[in-house]
Design a protein around this ligand. Structure first.
Ligand code: ADP
Ligand code: ASP
Ligand code: MG
Length: 438
């Protein structure tokens, strides 16, 4: 029998009625043997995710302020779920343990992880399945870096010995036993790790949309769904902001060639999006698969006449950023200019040091900083074989009255990245969608 790992996101598990839908989906296919669960997400648009409540509870605790109100809210969310599901689960005892542990002042990660821990225990009980704590088999090293080989071995052994199991997403443990979480949205990574560890035939990622859409649905009205997408395209789109799947979730499954299927818990008959190494030959696709973007970039443009003749100028410039711990995102160059595009959140606190070092070490003619940039990626493996794609992008933006502040085309011609003013971001995405996909 085939094996499927199914991960369910926060909205899919936000309350008892959503959890019932999830249980029906799991029971509908006995191949779904390993389930990864998130913490309860939002039940309505103004609601607060349990993970966010846990983080605020921790920050109140850390400030020495009163946190019991928030903890009570968290307890109430689970108490509602438990009573509506009609299961016998002692939430008071669990919350007491959490509070006891909290008083030992663990890192915030411990408290943040309890959302998935409790939800997964509840779901395991509802299904009558084993609960496998991620802390016992998902490992990080002492610097907090995920340890793939050790994890795949330990988790694979544990899970394959069980007919089926529920595993909490989002966290694992460090060598000293302390809990460590992935970054936000990290249950997608846990799902991918579980799929890889058990050698699953398929990784299903169940969420609240019927697959990956070709643009952000919060900006474009009803964007076309993507039926098939390669791992490479997905990585580009998710890194650039298509937030349906965590940007790091692709790595564990990609090397093992395990396809990923993004599906909708609220519309389980939809096919969703299939992510694999290549697309079936008989599938006709648009040259552009999707458009995604992010705000919050700065560009540091360095100009020096006859820069082109100075061997190592670019390397020395990038080294200054690296030395200050600021990774660069893009680096478009002209003959006498080079721009380094960085995340403003990483750059702002290091700005004065970096500028001083550039002036001292490279003696540039000018340095100009542009803030509040948004980067937008137009992504598609089919773009390489179609003439005039870049021209189409520029025309669409010109017609929408958008001033392009940066252009960067990846050497594999898989994407064209455009920098625009943050204030033009939504307008640009709409114009590009209309010209390249609609
Ligand atoms: P989950 O709680 O299931 O992990 P997320 O909120 O992390 O779900 O991701 C699903 C959300 O991602 C959707 O509700 C949608 O608003 C958003 N989203 C952003 N870009 C895209 C896109 N290109 N395709 C689909 N959804 C997207
Ligand atoms: N609950 C975590 C978060 O809100 C992880 C996840 O949902 O994937 O970020
Ligand atoms: Mg998510």
């Amino acid at each position: 029998m085939r094996t499927i790992t199914a991960k369910f996101g926060g909205t899919s598990l936000a309350d008892a009625s959503q959890i019932r839908k999830v249980a029906d989906i799991i029971k509908a296919n006995p191949e779904r043997k390993y389930v990864v669960a998130s913490a309860p997400g939002k039940r309505f648009s103004d609601d607060i995710k349990v993970t966010d409540l846990l983080y605020s509870c921790y920050s109140e605790f850390a400030k020495g302020s009163e946190y019991s109100d928030i903890l009570a809210k968290i307890k109430a969310r689970y108490a509602d779920i438990i009573s509506e599901l009609g299961i016998n689960f002692d939430i008071s005892a669990e919350i007491e343990t959490i509070e006891y542990e909290l008083r030992k002042y663990p890192p915030a990660d411990y408290l943040a992880s309890r959302g998935e821990y409790l939800n997964s225990k509840i779901i395991a009980q509802l299904l009558g399945w084993a609960f496998v704590d991620a802390a016992e088999a998902i490992f990080f090293d002492e610097n907090g870096i995920f340890e793939p080989a050790k994890t795949y071995q330990a988790l694979g052994e544990k899970l394959k010995a069980l007919p089926c199991a529920v595993i909490p997403g989002f966290y694992g443990s460090m060598p000293d036993g302390r809990i460590k979480t992935f970054s936000r949205g990290g249950s997608d990574i846990t799902g991918s790790i579980v799929a890889r560890s058990v050698g699953a035939d398929l990784y299903e990622n169940w969420t609240d949309v019927s697959g990956m859409l070709s643009a952000d649905p919060r900006i474009v009205d009803k964007p076309k769904p993507i039926e098939y997408i390669t791992y490479t395209e997905l990585r580009e789109l998710s890194y650039m902001g298509a937030s349906v799947l965590h940007e790091d979730a692709v790595f564990p499954v990609r090397t093992a060639g395990i396809p990923v299927n993004i599906r909708n818990t609220n519309s389980p008959d939809d096919n969703g999006t299939l992510i694999a190494a290549s697309i079936p030959h008989d599938v006709k696709r648009n040259p552009v698969t999707g458009i995604a973007g992010r705000k919050g970039f700065s560009s540091i443009r360095v100009e020096k006449s006859q820069m082109n003749g100075q061997t190592g100028f670019g390397a020395r410039l990038l080294h200054i950023f690296a030395r200050n711990g600021v990774p660069f995102e893009h680096c478009p160059t002209g003959i006498d200019t080079i721009s380094v595009v960085v995340n403003s959140s990483a750059f702002d606190s290091k700005r004065d040091d970096i500028l001083r070092e550039i002036k001292n070490e490279l003696s540039p003619d000018f340095i100009t900083i542009e803030k509040n940039l948004a980067a937008i990626a137009v992504v598609g493996e089919g773009m390489i074989s179609v003439k005039g794609m870049a021209a189409k992008v520029f025309t669409a933006l010109a017609e929408a009255g958008v001033n392009i502040r940066m252009i960067d085309q990846g050497s594999d011609e898989l994407n064209i990245i455009i920098g625009v003013d943050e204030s033009d971001y939504e307008k640009s995405i709409k114009a590009l969608y209309a010209a390249m996909i609609q």
